[in-house]
Design a protein. Structure first.
Lengths: 346, 346
């Protein structure tokens, strides 16, 4: 039986094509709205937050624009007054109805920010109340774990990050190849990776820089969908201390781009984790990265700046297959609802 | 036998008094350096990063100044050029010698930022190269887990956060009470909390807002010192998904201030986690919070804005006692060195 999650994963080439077509033409509007603003502040939660992590790195590394992630409680609970007249605030929510993000967007406007909403539902509160809305074209998502809506958010982040770069079209040839790469990656064999995670006493996921959001999203999906306590770390944070918990019986899942300044250190990390007894599963990277991993899963043939748009696909396949292998229903993990409330009764 | 970690924990009343005395008089210098700057960007790693999380919340909730946390790889690996002429960059490192933070500070200056170093070692590279140095007065720390140097960093964050507030002296009466509260909390009984963590199949730590850094630091210490895979979450992030992994046999450690807008939701979270079968251990909060926890450890009698300066003490006592109970050496956890390098061979 094919799960809904599997079907939604398979719809992603179409999601990428439609979303890219719909949003690329908004670059001029994004630039106009951002005129005179010096920085971008993202507000999001969960998978949307992981998409924002990519958006922030792309802005800082590709567009040269400082980005940061908001702490929603400053808006929703402390109701602080900050001067955001120099800031473009980007709120990301699949449903466009996550209450704390809608509230954070309203707060940002009161603080003087220009606002962009990234959501998959036209007519949602986040979309109707923003200065500019980037509505992704993933179509309705029924399975609880976000897959195609997450990838659609990454496309929106890529459009945003390139819109604010000196040459907004400079990554267009690479972006045009994403849908094809996603299509190709749908056939990635993941059996060995699933087995390594199934048999693990504990798992960590690591990556860094532009791939950091991919590591966090993979960890979150393993945790939510496979009910495994899993931690996503920047490899720098992992090395700084928590690496001491890495021992025999643990599986470390590393996500890497095929190029970029963080590939070589990640190859080295793979070797160090293996030396501590961990089973290292790698997604992406190059031949030397594959050689340093006990189990390797192919990643996209895309440059680092857009690699997250492909690399999440094999990770999704691993999560979906592992959930089934564990006898769980990937479509409806226990205790999760599609529209989340972080303060359910307040 | 008393461990060095225990002795350094016990030195903290003196650490607080000395650091507060040394840094409070720098508020004028901080204000002068910050003049014309619109925001604060923190760069740090590990425990220092957790101190910076508190600094960021205090700035946003108390001083009304936007804060954010840097991604060091943007400086050290991508070498991006960002316009930071509107930014005060605060680099935090116990040793003042953590290479990537020293490098990030140099990058920030090249990008036009004003720089403040927070370090415990006068004459360290971070201190000598900053526009302004806040040298904490913890004295040499020998045990690998940061305790008194972390609390000294929190004091520095409190001085910074109040220096940039409209009335820099408004929290002075509360800050003057911190050393006494730390002294009092050194005698906190933690045996029941240690037992609950010792017997746990898995542990999560949660808090939010001004206490978020305390939750992250407690999780990091449990992980590094007790070699337990532990995850620190904002309670909002926990509710958004990972709460699905909370089951029987798990221990949830919650840290709360005795007042503030996040106390009531945290009491509610304690009840929800207990209903899922977790053993809930609470540190701090009020009587209703204590009532919602299976095990309760007293926290400081301090308002939320400075509560983290007291609340870390019982958490440190729990970590130190748990390590000994597990037969580990709290002074020298495996695989950790005092000055960390996140890219050891590059």
């Amino acid at each position: 039986m094919t799960t809904r999650m599997a079907r939604e994963i398979a719809e992603q080439p179409e999601t990428v094509r439609r979303t890219l077509a719909a949003l690329t033409e908004r670059r001029g509007d994004i630039r106009s709205l951002a005129a005179g603003r010096r920085r971008v502040l993202f507000a999001a939660r969960g998978s949307s937050d992981n998409a924002a992590v990519y958006g922030r790195y792309l802005l800082e590394t590709h567009a040269g624009v400082p980005g940061s992630l908001a702490s929603p409680s400053v808006a929703t609970h402390y109701r602080s007054r900050l001067d955001l007249t120099d800031t473009l605030v980007v709120c990301v929510s699949q449903s466009g109805a996550t209450e704390e993000i809608v509230e954070t967007q309203a707060w940002a406007r009161e603080c003087g920010a220009a606002t962009i909403a990234v959501a998959n539902v036209a007519g949602s509160p986040l979309v109707t109340e923003a200065d500019l809305a980037l509505v992704t074209e993933a179509g309705p998502e029924v399975a609880v774990p976000a897959t195609k809506t997450y990838l659609a958010q990454l496309v929106a982040m890529a459009v945003l990050g390139t819109a604010l770069a000196p040459d907004p079209a400079s990554l267009d040839p690479e972006l045009a190849r994403v849908a094809g790469e996603v299509e190709r990656l749908l056939a990635t064999p993941v059996g060995d990776a699933v087995a390594a995670l199934r048999d693990a006493s504990y798992a960590v996921v690591s990556g860094r820089g532009l791939m950091m959001g991919t590591a966090l999203e993979t960890a979150l999906k393993l945790e939510e969908t496979c009910l495994r306590p899993v931690r996503g770390y920047s490899y720098a944070d992992l090395r700084h201390g928590p690496i001491s918990v890495v021992t025999e019986g643990m599986t470390a899942l590393l996500v890497a781009a095929a190029d970029g300044p963080l590939l070589a250190p990640l190859v080295e990390l793979a070797g160090d984790l293996a030396a501590r007894g961990a089973t290292v599963v790698g997604i992406g990277g190059d031949a030397s990265f594959a050689g340093a991993c006990a189990v390797h899963v192919a990643g996209p043939d895309l440059p680092e700046a857009v690699a997250p748009l492909g690399a999440i696909v094999p990770a999704q396949l691993v999560v979906e297959a592992l959930a089934r292998e564990l006898g769980l229903d990937p479509d409806a993990p226990r205790a999760l609802a599609k529209v989340t409330r972080t303060d359910p009764h307040s």
